[in-house]
Ligand binder design. Structure first.
Ligand code: SF4
Ligand code: SF4
Length: 114
């Protein structure tokens, strides 16, 4: 489920707002989208895949975390935007390469395959 929109990283492109199939985000007055309807999140990772600056974190569990995750810790661990990186989206990457040969997504929660 979507947990974080990083105010430090977001450039206000609204891609996440556009691609979310369940209209979870509202466009922010300051350009940074807000998570307005978290319960509607389908944990599809589309927003994280499309975010060009790795400003989003979708936790693989299908329920909100009891405590919001620590954005700085996630950033330090390279977890913000990790889904986009692992599917090979973004300049200079090869789409699908990592998923074809690499391990299951390394997220803070249980593996997606379990
Ligand atoms: S994970 Fe999917 S459903 Fe959830 S906020 Fe992102 S795009 Fe929307
Ligand atoms: S896709 Fe990323 S940069 Fe664009 S508005 Fe959403 S969080 Fe911000």
């Amino acid at each position: 489920m979507i947990e974080i929109v990083s105010r430090e990283r977001c450039v206000g492109c609204d891609k996440c707002v556009e691609v979310c199939p369940t209209n979870v985000f509202d466009t922010g007055a300051d350009g940074v989208p807000s998570i307005a309807r978290q319960d509607d999140c389908q944990t599809c990772f589309l927003c994280e895949a499309y975010c060009p600056v790795d400003a989003l974190f979708v936790d693989p569990r299908s329920h909100p975390l009891p405590q919001p995750p620590d954005e700085r810790a996630l950033a330090a661990a390279g977890t913000l935007g990790a889904y986009r990186r692992q599917i090979g989206w973004g300049r200079g990457r090869t789409p699908g390469a990592r998923l074809a040969v690499g391990p299951a997504l390394n997220r803070s929660g249980p593996p997606l395959t379990s």
